[in-house]
Design a binder for this molecule. Structure first.
Ligand code: HEC
Ligand code: HEC
Length: 304
């Protein structure tokens, strides 16, 4: 038997009533030239009309500066502003109370909701405005003169009113005439090297650190004559002058011999900006915000 190749033809046979073909043939399959289905065509036209309408109604075509605004005046920015305004309106009553209620009454017992709002809002304000100097946990930066706000050692007083005053006006700044102001004398040219060496040992001794005994006892007189006016006879400091307590182990600039000697020779000048917008142009916080952050700082554990 010989292999026989059967010639088959899959050529389509057009029937009576078939539409015309486009002339394309694949594997013998011919393509009919059918019109688009009606429903499809109308949907397509509807999309074009809707698209034109949309670009007229809403911001659409990019121009050199911005885009066409659209007849409806819609903008995402305006929508955000409206959302913010809504939140502000919702907060208005509690913010008004924040300014009205006496500071001493913003406590968990007297006004629990206000207190909770102040502590949380104050923490957010602290994170944005205060943490770069005082540290995110408010522990300060030792040796840079940024005080720890967690302990109960206060330069300018730790009652809620003291803290509020300090935050409102700041310390040793040029922007607010009511800022706390004091300046330690620089003793470099006033005291002899021996006197400086002895008073440094005296301060080391009074703060409970290792000190050279003979120098330290000679330093007592130097201290009483030159330092006690601000730091008090006992060295416990004066909150009215912002003069630190030298007898505790808490240091603003450090308790090493070098740090103390530097302070005595050249003094320091720790500056904190004013925060109350009512008190100075440099202030960035509203009264409600100053109060909230004061309550927050007071709540950290060291408040008196
Ligand atoms: C530019 C740095 C800086 C920023 C920002 C700053 N502080 Fe201070 N702050 C200081 C310095 C420096 C001192 C200490 C000054 C001194 O030697 O008396 C201080 C002191 C304080 C004190 C007094 C502490 C005490 O022992 O009496 C309080 C309270 C305080 N800051 C709170 C705040 C709050 C709240 C903010 C944010 C709203 C803030 N600070 C932002 C630098 C800053
Ligand atoms: C006019 C008031 C005044 C006099 C006088 C004065 N001090 Fe001070 N002293 C201050 C103030 C205010 C500060 C805080 C400086 C700052 O924060 O910038 C300070 C800070 C210090 C510190 C830094 C403390 C720390 O925690 O780091 C030491 C140490 C110190 N004084 C020692 C002395 C000694 C010793 C004398 C005398 C030789 C003296 N002071 C005289 C006002 C005074």
């Amino acid at each position: 038997m010989t292999d026989q190749k059967i010639e088959t033809s899959n050529e389509q046979v057009l029937q009576e009533g078939d539409p015309n073909t486009t002339g394309h043939v694949w594997d013998g399959i011919k393509e009919f030239d059918n019109p688009m289905p009606r429903w499809w065509l109308w949907t397509f036209y509807a999309c074009i009309v809707w698209g034109i309408g949309y670009t007229i109604a809403y911001p659409a075509w990019p121009l050199i500066n911005g885009a066409t605004a659209g007849l409806l005046g819609y903008s995402t920015r305006a929508e955000v502003a409206a959302d913010i305004a809504e939140v502000d309106a919702a907060n208005a009553p509690i913010l008004a109370r924040m300014e009205e209620v006496a500071l001493g009454d913003i406590t968990p017992d007297a006004n629990p909701d206000l207190y909770a709002y102040a502590v949380q809002g104050g923490a957010a304000i602290f994170a944005s405005w205060c943490s770069q100097c005082h540290g995110s946990g408010a522990a300060g930066v030792q040796a840079s003169g940024y005080p720890n706000l967690l302990d109960d050692d206060w330069l300018w007083g730790g009652t809620i009113d003291d803290i509020h005053l300090t935050i409102s006006h700041g310390i040793r700044n040029e922007d607010d005439p009511n800022a706390h102001y004091s300046e330690m004398t620089a003793f470099d040219e006033i005291l002899t090297n021996d006197e400086i060496a002895s008073v440094v040992q005296y301060v080391r001794n009074m703060s409970g650190q290792e000190a050279e005994a003979t120098l330290a006892s000679a330093g007592e007189e130097v201290f009483l004559n030159n330092c006690a006016a601000c730091h008090t006879d006992q060295g416990t400091g004066d909150q009215f002058l912002g003069a630190p307590n030298l007898t505790d182990a808490i240091w603003l600039y450090g308790g090493s011999e070098e740090a103390i000697e530097y302070t005595v020779r050249y003094s320091r000048f720790g500056v904190m900006p004013p925060w109350s917008a009512d008190a100075s142009d440099a202030g960035r916080l509203s009264e409600a915000e100053v109060r909230a952050v004061a309550v927050y700082v007071h709540s950290l554990g060291g408040g008196e």
